[in-house]
Ligand binder design. Structure first.
Ligand SMILES: Cc1ncc(COP(=O)(O)O)c(C=O)c1O
Length: 453
């Protein structure tokens, strides 16, 4: 029997996210949207003669008359082409293809039920006993524990604070390199230059580079005080476009695989649509042969709504909407972390997130004699801290906060550190509705004041 370790973060979510009245800041999706929301966000369609403006097409009416066959086995052609287009936009949300590095057709895309199924499929297809993989850490537990369950030897590639929480290529040796970009839980992306050196390293040794890019086009650049920031929206966006890391598929190396989905950046987790893309026809063929045993096809309804969300009229405004939400909320979270960076006995620090939907915040306390009233630097030093600082018991802390104020977070050591690493860390998902985040942080503020400060 295949032995799989319990998937801690998924079990934590399952157990606590239905707590009545919960303020969920453990969630990793951008605030979820409905089909009606998508239609409201969509750019209107301007008629060919430019004289009339029509609302964007309603995806449901077309689907209402679709016969519910299995549909296209690998996912509809349109959706698969949209995925290629999405990954070949350097910027993810703006003009088509400044970077024409990928000229792949839809046959290089497999549609799956979420990125989680795409990840499982590729591990199950490509790995077995005797294989050695290196996986960035911390990350989503699936990315190292599934390879381990299949008999592969797994080395954890630690994302060290002294290297800016990006992988150091000098430490590498394996069959497959497993990346997660942007990273969950850190919210830190791997910059283009580092991706390039990883691909160069892999190419020289014929290694597979697999990158879980489920958070990919959501790149907001980190906290910016929007009231102080005088730049125009378009200026801000082009600055972000210049630094946004591209998909691993864009580096011209065939043995690369990207997985992604509609869940996080597109706020449509309920669709259960994800994908795997590889430039290597042999990898695609092998994965399809495995998938025949588990999937047949994804729901035509899900495929149809995903096509609508990735259509030209919707994709751009949708990503802009979610990026703006991420940028606004990360600033709210920054105020909170800085307020508590050194207050009474509490010391909060973090790795300032610049992408994705999550932040990894470390919570420590100092003895009463070390109390302070002023705010220090909240930047995480990777655990060094002052030697008087003690990380809180993150599991007990999360449970007590949930109990006393109905605010849900994810404990770092349990869900990302095998109970040993990342003690005192909590993962906060901050790209939810701003009032939910603010209410949750106000309650957390009360809790810290009352019980820890
Ligand atoms: C890094 C990572 N990969 C994959 C997934 C699975 O996402 P989905 O199956 O909804 O696309 C998650 C969900 O939290 C994740 O954080």
């Amino acid at each position: 029997m295949v032995k799989l370790a319990p998937f801690e973060v998924e079990q934590w979510m399952d157990k606590y996210e239905t707590t009545p009245g919960v303020l969920n800041i453990a969630e990793t999706c951008a605030a979820s949207l409905s089909i009606a929301d998508l239609a409201g966000i969509a750019d209107p369609i301007v008629s060919h003669d430019g004289l009339s403006i029509l609302p964007a097409a309603d995806p449901l009416s077309a689907l209402a008359t679709t016969k519910l066959t299995y549909g296209a086995i690998r996912g509809s052609l349109t959706l698969r082409q949209q995925v290629i287009d999405l990954l070949s936009y350097d910027s993810g949300d703006s003009v088509k293809s400044r970077n024409n590095a990928i000229s792949l057709g839809p046959e290089f895309v497999i549609i799956s039920q979420g990125a989680i199924a795409a990840n499982y499929l590729l591990f199950y297809t490509l790995l077995g006993p005797g294989d050695h993989v290196v996986c960035t850490y911390p990350t989503y537990q699936q990315l190292y524990d599934v390879p381990r369950s299949l008999g592969a030897e797994v080395s954890l590639w630690k994302l060290r604070a002294d290297n800016g929480h990006v992988p150091d290529v000098a430490e590498l040796e394996a069959l497959m390199l497993i990346l997660n970009n942007p990273n969950n839980p850190l919210g830190v992306p791997i910059p283009r230059a580092v991706l390039q050196s990883i691909v160069d390293f892999a190419r020289a040794r014929d290694l597979i580079v697999f990158c879980d890019e489920v958070y990919l086009p959501l790149y907001h650049g980190g906290p910016v005080d929007l009231e102080q920031d005088t730049r125009r929206d378009s200026e801000r966006r082009s600055e972000l476009d210049a630094t946004r890391p591209p998909s691993i598929i864009n580096f011209g190396y065939d043995r690369t695989i990207s997985t992604g989905s509609m869940s996080k950046a597109f706020a449509l987790a309920g669709l259960r649509v994800g994908w795997a893309v590889s430039r290597d026809p042999e990898i695609i063929r092998a994965m399809l042969a495995t998938r025949d045993y588990t999937t047949i096809s994804v729901s035509q309804l899900d495929d149809g709504i995903a096509r609508y969300a990735l259509s030209d009229a919707v994709r751009r405004p949708l990503l802009q909407h979610n990026t703006a939400l991420a940028r606004k909320n990360v600033q709210v979270l920054k105020w909170f972390v800085e307020r508590w960076s050194s207050r009474g006995r509490v010391r909060l620090s973090w790795v300032k997130p610049t992408a994705g939907t999550t932040a990894f915040v470390k919570i420590c306390t100092v003895p009463k004699s070390e109390e302070a009233g002023d705010n220090g630097d909240a930047e995480d030093d990777g655990g060094a801290g002052s030697n008087k600082e003690e990380p809180v018991d993150d599991v007990a802390f999360c449970l007590d906060v949930l109990d006393k104020c109905k605010v849900m977070m994810v404990p770092g050591s349990k869900c990302f550190g095998h109970g040993e690493d990342f003690k005192g860390y909590v993962r906060i998902g901050y790209v939810n509705e701003t009032p939910v985040l603010m209410e949750a942080l106000a309650k957390l503020d009360w809790y810290l004041e009352e019980f820890l400060a």
